[in-house]
Design a protein around this ligand. Structure first.
Ligand SMILES: N[C@@H](CCC(=O)N[C@@H](CS)C(=O)NCC(=O)O)C(=O)O
Length: 215
């Protein structure tokens, strides 16, 4: 197996990758650089990731820079029957990708990342109170609607198998809560089940922040 390296720290998106690597029991080197610290502005980092964002992940000649894609790559490439992070059959695989898209687009990009940019980072991205209000309302609508999917008693997003989609979902639940977004009881109960996994605490530790990873 080629040496794997993960760049990034103190970030919900980086946490996803640490968590998948730890779940799968894979050895890797962590380079704990932070966004907007100057550490992503070096020529060496720009050659690796011209977008200059975190996370960046390298496995041999392959470089990947999107957290959901990295988690899925690891699951597809290194999962075993004993340590699996993605279903192998349909329609479960379709549901995995549906949840991953929902988390990445509806909860992350359309909602929480808007708040991140225009509340926490308004000195860079500008003040946009109307956009922030709509983002909060949209998160609330999406998180309440999606809680209905959990009413059938399933343990994880895709039935009883813990997957990479649960990793990504848990990071946005934590993130939403930090931003003062109320979480339905079904999602709180779900998150308690997920957080009970030893890999969650190990990933938080690896991400170099026990309490407040920021995107
Ligand atoms: N869609 C990307 C988002 C990556 C991203 O935005 N990372 C943040 C830190 S979590 C970053 O590097 N921000 C730097 C910036 O916005 O300048 C992913 O999920 O990996």
């Amino acid at each position: 197996m080629a040496q794997m390296t993960l760049w990034g720290s103190v970030s919900a998106r980086v946490l996803r990758v640490h968590w998948a690597l730890i779940e799968l029991g894979l050895p890797y080197t962590a380079v704990p650089i932070q966004s907007r610290s100057g550490e992503t502005e070096t020529p060496e980092y720009g050659a690796l990731n011209p977008r200059r964002k975190i996370p960046t992940f390298q496995d041999g000649d392959l470089v990947l820079t999107e957290s959901a894609a990295i988690v899925t790559y690891l699951a597809e490439t290194y999962g075993t029957p004993e340590r699996a992070l993605i279903p192998t059959t349909q329609p479960e695989r379709a549901k995995y990708f549906e949840w991953l898209s929902f988390v990445s687009m509806e909860l992350d990009a359309t909602s929480l990342y808007v708040l991140r940019r225009h509340e926490g980072l308004q000195h860079i991205y500008g003040d946009a109170p109307a956009a922030n209000q709509v983002a909060r309302e949209y998160f609330d609508k999406m998180i309440r609607a999606s809680a209905e999917d959990m009413a059938d008693g399933r343990r994880f997003l895709v039935g009883d198998q813990f997957t990479g989609a649960d990793i990504c979902m848990t990071t946005v639940l934590d993130w939403g809560e930090r931003y003062g977004c109320p979480l339905p009881q079904a999602w709180l109960d779900y998150r308690e089940r997920v957080r009970a996994r030893p890999s969650y605490a190990a990933a938080m530790h690896a991400n170099r922040d026990q309490s407040t990873p920021t995107p």
